[in-house]
Design a protein around this ligand. Sequence first.
Ligand code: AMP
Ligand code: GLY
Length: 420
Amino acid sequence: MNVLLLGSGGREHALAWKLAQSPLLARLYAAPGNPGIAEHAEIVDLAINDHRAVIDFCIRHSIGFVVIGPEAPLVAGLADNLRTMGVGVFGPNKLPAQLEGSKGFTKDLCAREKIPTAGYVRVESRDGGLATLDDFPLPVVIKADGLAAGKGVTVAMTREEAEGAIVAIFAEAGGSAVIEEFLEGEEASLFVLTDGTTIVPFGSAQDHKRVGDGDTGPNTGGMGAYSPARVLTPELEAEAIETIVKPTIEALARQGAPYSGVLYAGLMLTPQGPKLIEYNARFGDPECQVLMLRFEGDLLALMVAIDKGELAAQPAPVFSAEPALTVVMAAKGYPGTSETGGGIRGIDAAEATGAKVFHAGTRRHGGTLVASGGRVLAVTATGASVREAKAAAYRGVDAIDFPTGFCRRDIGWREVERER
Ligand code: AMP
Ligand code: GLY
């Protein structure tokens, strides 16, 4: 089967690497791709927001299946358009992708289905938002309704900060926000595969969102991650599936909008049990990198079965018992304006240490590899413990010569402390 993979980050390099191992794969194409993805796929020049162009490409190249990596094409309805044309797709249609596309959609679904999540109020105007703040103790969480690439959330410690966040959201035309209760606990990410009926757990992870060591500084897309998240014990995972994921999938199916793909549940493990922070309609980045390093099955076969509604007939996914850990190397300045164009050497040396280096924001310039985005590489390794996986990942990092880059040195610290 010929497959088209959409996306250009570390997540998509990890997916390409795993898809390339499938006996079902004939040719793999990717757009926009990156130099790491190019090791496994033919990179094609395709504007992925031009759905007509994507469909034409699929017809001309006999593409049987499209794997959509990022959320934006899902929320824009690319999966619906491909399915209408008879092309198989990994990823949900537009309506179920609203689980990620609209915080308000998800909160209202949770309220109807009595799914444990932070108490909230949806607000549609600046003045309404400012008045609603009176009803919430501090800290309070303010979220822009739509897709915001991880930048739409403010955890406000003061009233001024909360007011500032509301004013900023409604400064844009068509602004809409959710104000919600601050949840206390440890965060963990749970991944499930579903075809809208069958739900299969697909591993867990914890990531590090802050840019600096000790979880300090501004939020990023994720500076590192490890899998599994042992705080999410088998009992808590079962509870989260029963009380959060299952009622969500069932509610969407009842609405005639079954969810197909991976559902990523961001959970807060509170003293009252797991509560939903947010849903994502795709794999996490860099969580995907650690999941793919641990996953031992045929990814393409699983994805095709999900699209056909045949997940129940698939063998249960098997993951290596060894944990995996990934360290993101970013370009200086990230998550602000990052310094692109800096040279990168030593990827082969890093892989010779046993690490797997996934490309995120890289491109080739002449004969050299250079940084082209904020997050540039995800250096990933497994080990007998998180401590050993961490040591192995940093051996890889230290073999890389990337003078305009930086990384955190403490990825996995919570788990390493717990292992002591
Ligand atoms: P989100 O984009 O919804 O995942 O939010 C980004 C981050 O903000 C989360 O990973 C949490 O660290 C934090 N956050 C979001 N909602 C809440 C909440 N209700 N209580 C505490 N922290 C939250
Ligand atoms: N690493 C967080 C995300 O992919 O949303």
